[in-house]
Design a protein around this ligand. Structure first.
Ligand code: TYD
Length: 224
Protein backbone atom coordinates (compact mmCIF):
# COMPACT_ATOMS: atom_id res chain seq x y z
CA UNK A 1 0.00 0.00 0.00
CA UNK A 2 2.80 2.42 0.94
CA UNK A 3 5.92 2.92 -1.08
CA UNK A 4 9.12 4.69 -0.26
CA UNK A 5 9.20 8.23 -1.61
CA UNK A 6 11.55 8.66 -4.54
CA UNK A 7 14.41 11.02 -3.84
CA UNK A 8 12.90 13.90 -5.83
CA UNK A 9 9.60 13.41 -4.01
CA UNK A 10 11.40 13.55 -0.66
CA UNK A 11 13.02 16.76 -1.82
CA UNK A 12 9.72 18.30 -2.89
CA UNK A 13 8.36 17.34 0.53
CA UNK A 14 11.35 19.06 2.13
CA UNK A 15 10.80 22.13 -0.08
CA UNK A 16 7.19 22.42 1.01
CA UNK A 17 8.21 21.91 4.61
CA UNK A 18 10.92 24.58 4.30
CA UNK A 19 8.46 26.95 2.71
CA UNK A 20 6.02 26.42 5.58
CA UNK A 21 8.65 26.69 8.27
CA UNK A 22 11.54 29.13 7.78
CA UNK A 23 13.50 27.49 10.60
CA UNK A 24 14.23 24.43 8.52
CA UNK A 25 17.96 23.93 8.89
CA UNK A 26 17.48 20.53 10.48
CA UNK A 27 15.78 19.08 7.42
CA UNK A 28 17.65 20.69 4.54
CA UNK A 29 18.60 18.11 2.02
CA UNK A 30 22.39 18.19 1.61
CA UNK A 31 23.33 18.00 -2.01
CA UNK A 32 26.34 16.81 -3.89
CA UNK A 33 26.26 19.27 -6.80
CA UNK A 34 28.53 18.90 -9.82
CA UNK A 35 29.12 21.42 -12.60
CA UNK A 36 30.22 20.10 -15.96
CA UNK A 37 30.87 21.34 -19.46
CA UNK A 38 33.58 21.96 -22.01
CA UNK A 39 36.40 24.44 -21.31
CA UNK A 40 34.93 27.92 -21.64
CA UNK A 41 31.37 26.79 -20.85
CA UNK A 42 31.23 28.98 -17.75
CA UNK A 43 30.96 26.18 -15.18
CA UNK A 44 33.68 27.54 -12.88
CA UNK A 45 32.04 30.98 -12.85
CA UNK A 46 28.71 29.35 -11.98
CA UNK A 47 30.33 27.26 -9.26
CA UNK A 48 31.67 30.47 -7.70
CA UNK A 49 28.34 32.30 -8.05
CA UNK A 50 26.56 29.41 -6.36
CA UNK A 51 29.16 29.42 -3.58
CA UNK A 52 28.61 33.18 -3.11
CA UNK A 53 24.87 32.57 -2.98
CA UNK A 54 25.18 29.85 -0.31
CA UNK A 55 27.60 32.04 1.64
CA UNK A 56 25.22 35.01 1.58
CA UNK A 57 22.42 32.78 2.95
CA UNK A 58 24.53 31.18 5.67
CA UNK A 59 24.15 27.78 4.00
CA UNK A 60 26.97 25.37 4.83
CA UNK A 61 28.91 24.20 1.80
CA UNK A 62 32.32 23.54 0.33
CA UNK A 63 33.47 24.54 -3.14
CA UNK A 64 35.92 22.13 -4.66
CA UNK A 65 37.17 21.02 -8.06
CA UNK A 66 38.82 18.29 -10.12
CA UNK A 67 41.62 17.78 -10.81
CA UNK A 68 41.78 18.26 -7.04
CA UNK A 69 44.36 20.07 -4.93
CA UNK A 70 45.65 16.71 -3.65
CA UNK A 71 48.99 15.24 -4.66
CA UNK A 72 47.64 13.41 -7.73
CA UNK A 73 45.55 16.40 -8.82
CA UNK A 74 48.57 18.67 -8.60
CA UNK A 75 50.58 16.16 -10.61
CA UNK A 76 47.86 16.12 -13.29
CA UNK A 77 47.82 19.91 -13.50
CA UNK A 78 51.59 20.15 -13.79
CA UNK A 79 52.04 17.53 -16.52
CA UNK A 80 54.09 18.95 -19.36
CA UNK A 81 53.84 15.98 -21.71
CA UNK A 82 50.78 13.93 -22.52
CA UNK A 83 50.26 10.49 -21.03
CA UNK A 84 48.48 7.69 -22.84
CA UNK A 85 44.67 8.02 -22.57
CA UNK A 86 44.59 4.97 -20.27
CA UNK A 87 47.25 6.39 -17.94
CA UNK A 88 45.47 9.75 -17.91
CA UNK A 89 42.17 8.10 -17.11
CA UNK A 90 43.72 6.04 -14.31
CA UNK A 91 45.31 9.14 -12.73
CA UNK A 92 42.06 11.17 -12.89
CA UNK A 93 40.27 8.26 -11.21
CA UNK A 94 42.96 7.95 -8.51
CA UNK A 95 42.69 11.67 -7.91
CA UNK A 96 38.89 11.36 -7.65
CA UNK A 97 39.06 8.50 -5.15
CA UNK A 98 41.44 10.55 -3.01
CA UNK A 99 39.27 13.67 -3.41
CA UNK A 100 36.16 11.76 -2.27
CA UNK A 101 38.02 10.28 0.68
CA UNK A 102 39.67 13.46 1.92
CA UNK A 103 37.35 16.30 0.85
CA UNK A 104 33.91 15.36 -0.52
CA UNK A 105 33.05 12.54 1.89
CA UNK A 106 34.01 14.42 5.07
CA UNK A 107 32.06 17.52 3.95
CA UNK A 108 28.92 15.50 3.23
CA UNK A 109 29.22 13.74 6.58
CA UNK A 110 29.59 17.13 8.26
CA UNK A 111 26.26 18.18 6.73
CA UNK A 112 27.64 20.54 4.10
CA UNK A 113 26.51 20.89 0.51
CA UNK A 114 29.30 20.05 -1.92
CA UNK A 115 29.78 22.11 -5.07
CA UNK A 116 32.27 20.29 -7.29
CA UNK A 117 33.67 21.79 -10.48
CA UNK A 118 34.06 18.67 -12.72
CA UNK A 119 33.69 15.02 -11.70
CA UNK A 120 33.57 11.68 -13.52
CA UNK A 121 31.59 13.04 -16.47
CA UNK A 122 34.74 15.02 -17.34
CA UNK A 123 36.76 11.81 -17.48
CA UNK A 124 34.13 10.17 -19.67
CA UNK A 125 34.00 13.17 -22.04
CA UNK A 126 37.69 14.18 -22.15
CA UNK A 127 39.36 10.77 -21.99
CA UNK A 128 36.51 9.49 -24.18
CA UNK A 129 37.53 12.10 -26.76
CA UNK A 130 40.97 10.47 -26.75
CA UNK A 131 39.47 7.14 -27.77
CA UNK A 132 38.41 5.44 -24.52
CA UNK A 133 34.83 4.20 -24.09
CA UNK A 134 32.95 6.98 -22.21
CA UNK A 135 30.27 4.62 -20.91
CA UNK A 136 32.84 2.19 -19.54
CA UNK A 137 34.43 5.13 -17.71
CA UNK A 138 31.04 6.15 -16.29
CA UNK A 139 30.14 2.60 -15.20
CA UNK A 140 33.53 1.99 -13.65
CA UNK A 141 33.50 5.34 -11.84
CA UNK A 142 30.01 4.77 -10.46
CA UNK A 143 31.12 1.47 -8.97
CA UNK A 144 33.91 3.22 -7.08
CA UNK A 145 32.84 6.74 -6.06
CA UNK A 146 29.45 8.21 -5.04
CA UNK A 147 27.00 9.53 -7.60
CA UNK A 148 26.20 13.24 -7.44
CA UNK A 149 22.65 14.41 -6.66
CA UNK A 150 22.65 16.77 -9.61
CA UNK A 151 24.98 17.61 -12.47
CA UNK A 152 24.47 21.03 -14.05
CA UNK A 153 25.82 20.57 -17.54
CA UNK A 154 26.55 23.90 -19.23
CA UNK A 155 25.75 23.62 -22.90
CA UNK A 156 27.56 26.08 -25.17
CA UNK A 157 28.67 25.86 -28.77
CA UNK A 158 32.35 25.19 -29.38
CA UNK A 159 32.49 28.57 -31.17
CA UNK A 160 31.25 30.41 -28.08
CA UNK A 161 33.60 28.45 -25.81
CA UNK A 162 36.59 29.22 -28.02
CA UNK A 163 35.68 32.89 -28.06
CA UNK A 164 35.59 32.89 -24.27
CA UNK A 165 38.84 31.07 -23.62
CA UNK A 166 40.75 32.80 -26.40
CA UNK A 167 44.09 31.42 -27.41
CA UNK A 168 45.78 32.10 -24.07
CA UNK A 169 44.17 29.12 -22.37
CA UNK A 170 44.86 26.72 -25.23
CA UNK A 171 48.43 26.12 -24.08
CA UNK A 172 49.92 23.14 -25.85
CA UNK A 173 47.16 23.07 -28.46
CA UNK A 174 46.98 24.96 -31.72
CA UNK A 175 43.59 26.64 -32.11
CA UNK A 176 42.72 24.01 -34.73
CA UNK A 177 43.60 21.14 -32.38
CA UNK A 178 41.70 22.83 -29.57
CA UNK A 179 38.60 23.16 -31.73
CA UNK A 180 38.78 19.49 -32.80
CA UNK A 181 39.30 18.42 -29.20
CA UNK A 182 36.40 20.51 -27.86
CA UNK A 183 34.11 19.28 -30.64
CA UNK A 184 34.86 15.68 -29.70
CA UNK A 185 34.41 16.38 -25.97
CA UNK A 186 31.18 18.28 -26.59
CA UNK A 187 29.77 15.47 -28.77
CA UNK A 188 30.34 13.02 -25.91
CA UNK A 189 28.71 15.31 -23.32
CA UNK A 190 25.70 15.43 -25.69
CA UNK A 191 25.25 11.66 -25.41
CA UNK A 192 24.88 11.57 -21.59
CA UNK A 193 21.32 10.79 -20.54
CA UNK A 194 21.54 10.19 -16.76
CA UNK A 195 18.62 11.40 -14.67
CA UNK A 196 20.92 13.47 -12.49
CA UNK A 197 21.97 15.61 -15.46
CA UNK A 198 20.26 18.98 -15.81
CA UNK A 199 21.29 20.69 -19.04
CA UNK A 200 21.51 24.46 -18.93
CA UNK A 201 21.86 26.83 -21.84
CA UNK A 202 25.29 28.27 -21.03
CA UNK A 203 24.97 30.97 -23.68
CA UNK A 204 22.53 32.94 -21.53
CA UNK A 205 23.95 35.71 -19.34
CA UNK A 206 25.83 34.68 -16.20
CA UNK A 207 22.97 35.85 -14.00
CA UNK A 208 20.33 34.00 -16.05
CA UNK A 209 22.29 30.76 -15.74
CA UNK A 210 22.79 31.38 -12.02
CA UNK A 211 19.06 32.00 -11.52
CA UNK A 212 18.20 28.77 -13.31
CA UNK A 213 20.54 26.81 -11.05
CA UNK A 214 19.26 28.43 -7.85
CA UNK A 215 15.60 27.97 -8.87
CA UNK A 216 16.23 24.31 -9.57
CA UNK A 217 17.90 23.81 -6.20
CA UNK A 218 15.20 25.74 -4.33
CA UNK A 219 12.53 23.49 -5.79
CA UNK A 220 14.41 20.48 -4.47
CA UNK A 221 14.75 21.61 -0.91
CA UNK A 222 18.03 23.47 -0.79
CA UNK A 223 17.03 26.24 1.60
CA UNK A 224 17.00 29.77 0.35
P1 TYD B 1 39.48 22.78 -15.72
O1 TYD B 1 38.57 22.69 -14.54
O2 TYD B 1 38.82 23.23 -16.99
O3 TYD B 1 40.77 23.62 -15.41
P2 TYD B 1 41.01 25.14 -15.12
O4 TYD B 1 40.40 25.37 -13.78
O5 TYD B 1 42.51 25.20 -15.12
O6 TYD B 1 40.35 25.92 -16.21
O7 TYD B 1 40.12 21.32 -15.91
C1 TYD B 1 41.42 21.16 -16.43
C2 TYD B 1 41.41 20.20 -17.59
O8 TYD B 1 41.37 18.87 -17.10
C3 TYD B 1 40.25 20.36 -18.54
O9 TYD B 1 40.71 20.63 -19.85
C4 TYD B 1 39.55 19.03 -18.51
C5 TYD B 1 40.58 18.09 -17.98
N1 TYD B 1 40.01 16.91 -17.24
C6 TYD B 1 40.07 15.67 -17.85
O10 TYD B 1 40.57 15.53 -18.97
N2 TYD B 1 39.56 14.59 -17.18
C7 TYD B 1 39.00 14.69 -15.93
O11 TYD B 1 38.55 13.68 -15.35
C8 TYD B 1 38.96 16.00 -15.33
C9 TYD B 1 38.38 16.17 -13.95
C10 TYD B 1 39.47 17.10 -16.02
Amino acid sequence: MYRRLERYEQSIFVSIFCFADKDCFGVCHKMFIVLEGIDGSGKSTQARLLADFFESRGILFILTHEPSDGIIGQKLRSLTSRLTPKEESRLFLEDRVDHVKTVIGPAMRAGQHVICDRYYYSSAAYQGALGLDPFEILDHSRSIVPEPDVVFLMVVSVEAALRRIGQSRSAGFSIFEKRKNLEAVSAIYDTFQDNVIKRINGEQTESEVHKEIVNWLNLRGVCA
